[in-house]
Write a protein of this length. Structure first.
Length: 1005
């Protein structure tokens, strides 16, 4: 089957199987207002492992909690260049569609991924990146960019992810990533923005959760002397910051392996050895900080009871200054500096604040550092961008605090953007199609965004004010202030303001926001502190004197000198969110909405309550309503006509008039009512899914009949001579009547744009080229031949050629590595061999070619390497010219057309050579194997190359022995022979004294 054909089959299959596997686009749900129908459709698809479903251009993704075989290279190829709706929904389809939109419309794109923790956002973003890394053309100069993009992931995850109850690898920060592409569509640069790292995790974790991965990775994976230098012990239980969750190990995570991955990745993304060491010092210092303990003196003063010299050393600061700063605070009152001691609780809080600041700022530094490595090195003209946003969705926990408030505010903003952009693109489409816009009723959540963010009046402003206000302030006074100022707002309630029913489910310390997606109660405890995010000034002063460059970069002197208060946490977040929405607004958006089927991380379990909750808080029903407001289904005229033309005599087999007229004739014939559809300029809009399904059913019922009439008419066709040539070509592809007509038509339109007229034909041409290419791929790095591609494949062919070359080069480098390992400075002829190219065969000339008979005898065992050798008899040492051929599992010695000896690699014990410049080598064969004829004495003028290849294929790279004076071999039944090696004027192989073989090697300068 050609690609085009299989695509069509898949589409047909999916439409007809809709009862069992649900619809692949929610817009085709008859009852689009029914949440039950929505969830039932999700369930049906999930049961069949169909984890992806569209809502128009939105992709809904269910976490399968198991590996599905749908992410292979073949799958990537399947989705390349295929129209979004023609093939089953997939993250690759969305990736590809976004990429092509960027290329053809020259407009920046963004993909917004949202969903609860553990729903699969990060996995989705990784799949998208991988898709681009594999399928996009590469820019030679930037070949490593894809690599760096992918490598930055494990590093970011080590520092920014942690095991939580909901996800073993939960991202504890929001991430927006730009990938920049040059005018040819090759990725050339990247940039990451990070949001809201959950710093509190550094000092506290809930039961069953862990701190950030990196701490456990270091303790588990670090070398002994590394840990010694950092003064660390392996057991995480020894560190107070790691024991709170009582969960040092997680079965699904290998800290040791991940540590290796991170250590490998750091140099790739541009970290020097020194920077890595500084980074490790910081991680260790946080652990030591956590173990720093305080005591209380007689007078209520606080002092440090633990050793802090290590901590000071790792932080690169003065020990006594640190001791002082951890137990005192510095105030400036009326222009005078005052130092006051901290009480016990304050000292502990100061210590934790320092740990959070050190870790949080280091994380930001890390992101900057990665950005330097990903930065566009040369400005390229005409470049465009695809942005990826992986950010937590609405979070509704048992107790919601400041963090949830920020996250949910973010989601409120993103929803606003979604509505704006979706309506905008819908409206634009209606406009270009010349169809009257029908107002869509939707809930505008601006009122909630304003409630949170409005200057002077919104919740964030009130929070800031309360933090700055002199006098006694606390979380409760903040709550009262809220009641005074926004108490009357329709989306705001507190215990005091609520009616009896609501009051029962709220505590006195909570306020409730009625978000667009549903209500959430927030507990005000800790709001002020978290918003303040205070680090005592004297701690800052100590830190900015650190001789650890990372830390002195993170703690700037200006910050201490500058008396202006830095922005509060919520305001900082609000500002970065404003920037983010600006960035996103300038781009064309696509959406991935992730859902997790259950909380137990188990495959195959569909927890309806949990899913319904997510459908609600993701706003999916609202998505669907907006998308379905006008018409359920729209298709370009060509596509519609192509599919349904057999259903009307006037349009079958071909419509010769205008496309719009053809479609009109067709739908009139089918009896569409006026309110069921509208014709735009290039598309037909169908209002109800039912209309489409009925049409599909008619087509299905009519298929046998159509086939019959077509066969008859085809026979008539066949008589005409002018189609003979094409027919022959057509017959080779398929015997199906349909392909013939398509093929002929495609041939006629072959120079036109790719479309329904010629897609089958062009696909066939492509297919044939690729098939031919597979047979004629160049075999070595030196072979520059390449079949000529058809016009539509020129670009693809170029990429393939590069890719193939790269593969061969990699393979080649691997051989060279092995060669170095074996021979470097081991053999006199090594220096000469260094610059030589390795070839895939040394049997170049006509005379040397492998005989056909031998090839036939070997059958499926393809010859991977061949070379001419001289074989010496073990008795008498008579020289005999032979060919040595290597296959994947054995080697053979060939005398012209006869295979004289077969050496199974399993029977090969080792390979021995001399350390001189000769080409003699001995293959020692294990004695147990009676089938074998015993050891082999060979001389080969390409011995180094031959031995390298043989050793690699036989997996014996550790069994190549290089001997200085002589090599023993077995003649027969325990009798030994010996080869002696000496240096001399020129190469000579002769029978020496005592029946030894004497090899004289040329002395090399
Ligand atoms: N497409 C997928 N295929 C297989 N497993 C998945 C897929 N998506 C998610 N998972 C599983 O779910 C876990 C959580 O996914 P993740 O992307 O980290 O969630 P989120 O970023 O939304 O918190 C992953 O570690 C993985 O085990
Ligand atoms: Mg994540």
């Amino acid at each position: 089957l050609s690609l085009g054909q299989s695509v069509r089959l898949v589409m047909e299959g999916a439409l007809t199987a809709r009862d069992r596997v649900g619809v692949q686009d929610f817009v085709l749900l008859e009852n689009y207002n029914s949440e039950a129908a929505f969830i039932e459709n999700l369930r049906r698809r999930f049961r069949e492992n169909l984890i992806y479903t569209y809502i128009g251009s939105v992709l809904v993704s269910m976490n399968p909690y198991k590996e599905l075989e749908i992410y292979s290279k073949q799958q990537m190829d399947r989705y390349r260049g295929v129209s979004f709706y023609e093939i089953s929904p997939h993250i690759y389809a969305l990736s590809d569609n976004t990429y092509r939109a960027m290329r053809t419309e020259r407009k920046d794109q963004c993909i917004l991924i949202s969903g609860e923790s553990g729903a699969g956002k990060t996995e989705a973003s990784k799949k998208i990146l991988l898709y681009y890394a594999v399928t996009c053309p590469t820019n030679d100069r930037m070949a490593a960019l894809g690599d760096r993009l992918l490598q930055s992931n494990p590093v970011l995850e080590a520092f920014g992810n942690a095991k939580t109850l909901r996800n073993d690898n939960s991202s504890r920060f929001g991430k927006y990533m730009d990938v920049q592409f040059d005018f040819r569509g090759a990725p050339v640069g990247g940039h990451i923005l990070n949001y809201l790292l959950e710093k509190s995790r550094v000092v506290h974790q809930n039961h069953g959760e862990r701190n950030f991965h990196i701490f456990y990775q270091l303790l588990d994976g670090g070398e002994d002397d590394q840990l010694n230098t950092l003064n660390l012990e392996r057991n995480p239980q020894n560190y107070r910051y790691l024991v709170k969750g009582n969960c040092p190990r997680v079965s699904s995570i290998s800290d040791k392996n991940n540590w290796k991955v991170v250590m490998k990745a750091l140099p790739v993304i541009g970290f020097t050895e020194e920077e890595v060491q500084k980074l490790l010092n910081i991680i260790a210092s946080v652990l030591h900080l956590g173990n720093t303990q305080f005591g209380e003196g007689e007078e209520g003063e606080t002092y440090i009871t633990t050793e802090i010299s290590n901590l000071a050393r790792l932080l690169g600061v003065d020990g006594s200054a640190l001791r002082e700063a951890l137990t005192h605070k510095k105030l400036t009152a009326k222009g005078e500096e005052m130092i006051t001691p901290l009480n016990f609780e304050q000292a502990e809080a100061a210590r934790d604040a320092l740990a959070k600041a050190v870790y949080g700022r280091t994380f930001t530094w890390l992101v900057e550092k990665i950005n330097q490595s990903l930065a566009l090195k040369v400005h390229s003209k005409g470049s465009s961008v695809i942005g990826l946003l992986d950010i937590y969705g609405f979070e509704v926990l048992q107790h919601n605090s400041f963090e949830q408030f920020c996250i949910n505010y973010c989601n409120e903003k993103l929803q606003q953007l979604f509505i704006e952009l979706t309506l905008r693109s819908e409206q634009e489409e209606y406009e270009t199609e010349g169809i009257a816009w029908e107002t869509v009723q939707y809930f505008d959540n601006k009122i909630i965004c304003d409630l949170i963010e409005e200057k002077h009046k919104g919740i964030i402003s009130i929070l800031d004010e309360e933090c700055l206000r002199p006098g006694e302030t606390c979380d409760v006074s903040f709550l009262e202030k809220l009641e005074d100022t926004v108490g009357g707002h329709p989306h705001f309630v507190t215990h005091k303001l609520a009616n009896g029913k609501t009051r029962r489910v709220m505590s006195r310390e909570e306020f409730r926001l009625l978000h667009y997606a549903g209500e959430v109660n927030y507990n005000v405890n800790g709001f002020l502190d978290k918003n303040n995010d205070l680090l005592n000034r004297n701690l800052k002063e100590v830190m900015c004197q650190s001789d650890n460059q990372i830390l002195s970069h993170c703690f700037r002197r200006e910050e201490v000198i500058d008396q202006k208060r830095p922005e509060m946490a919520a305001t900082q977040f609000k500002n970065s969110l404003m920037k983010l929405t600006e960035i996103l607004r300038s781009k064309e958006p696509s959406y991935v909405r992730c859902i997790k089927p259950n909380d137990a991380k188990q495959p195959g379990r569909f927890d309806e309550v949990l899913v319904r909750h997510q459908v609600k808080y993701l706003g999916l029903m609202e998505n669907l309503r907006v998308r379905r407001a006008g018409f359920a289904y729209r298709r370009r005229f060509e596509a519609f006509l192509q599919r349904y033309k057999p259903l009307c005599p006037e349009t079958w087999p071909n419509w010769h008039g205008r496309l719009a007229d053809g479609v009109l004739t067709l739908v009139k014939h089918l009896g569409y009512k006026d309110e069921e559809y509208k014709l735009g300029r290039s598309k037909i809009f169908i209002r109800f899914p039912k209309t489409l399904f009925n049409t599909e059913d008619v087509l299905e019922a009519k298929k046998p009949e159509i086939a019959l009439t077509l066969q008859t008419s085809w026979r008539g066709y066949r008589e005409r001579a002018k189609y003979q040539r094409i027919r022959r070509a057509g017959q080779t592809t398929s015997s199906c009547w349909r392909s013939h007509t398509l093929f002929i038509k495609g041939f006629i339109y072959r120079h036109g744009e790719y479309g329904p007229e010629n897609d089958y034909f062009l696909d066939h041409v492509r297919y044939s080229f690729l098939k031919n290419l597979r047979k004629n791929l160049p075999k070595s790095v030196l072979d520059k031949s390449w079949p000529t591609p058809p016009p539509s494949l020129v670009e693809a062919s170029e990429h393939l050629q590069k890719l193939h070359m790269r593969n061969m080069v990699t393979k080649y480098c691997r051989i060279k590595m092995v060669y170095l390992e074996i021979f470097k400075d081991q053999k006199d002829s090594y220096p000469q061999s260094v610059g030589r190219l390795f070839l895939d065969s040394r049997l170049g000339t006509q005379r040397e070619q492998i005989s056909l008979k031998v090839v036939q005898t070997l059958g499926n065992d393809k010859v991977q390497y061949g070379v001419s050798v001289i074989k010496y008899d073990k008795r008498g040492f008579k020289p005999r010219p032979r060919q040595l051929l290597l296959t994947n599992t054995f080697a053979v010695l060939v005398d012209k057309t006869k295979i004289k000896q077969r050496i199974d690699y399993t029977a090969l014990r080792d390979i021995a050579l001399s350390s001189l410049s000769d080409g003699m080598c001995v293959l020692h064969i294990t004695r147990e194997d009676n089938k074998q004829k015993g050891d082999l004495l060979l001389h080969c003028s390409h011995s180094i190359e031959m031995v390298t290849k043989l050793a690699m294929m036989a997996n014996k790279t550790n069994n190549v022995n290089i001997n200085p004076g002589s090599i023993q071999f077995t003649v027969a039944r325990g009798k030994e022979g010996i080869i002696d090696f000496v240096r001399g004027a020129e190469l000579k192989v002769t029978k020496g004294r005592r029946g030894h073989l004497l090899v004289v090697s040329q002395r090399l300068l």
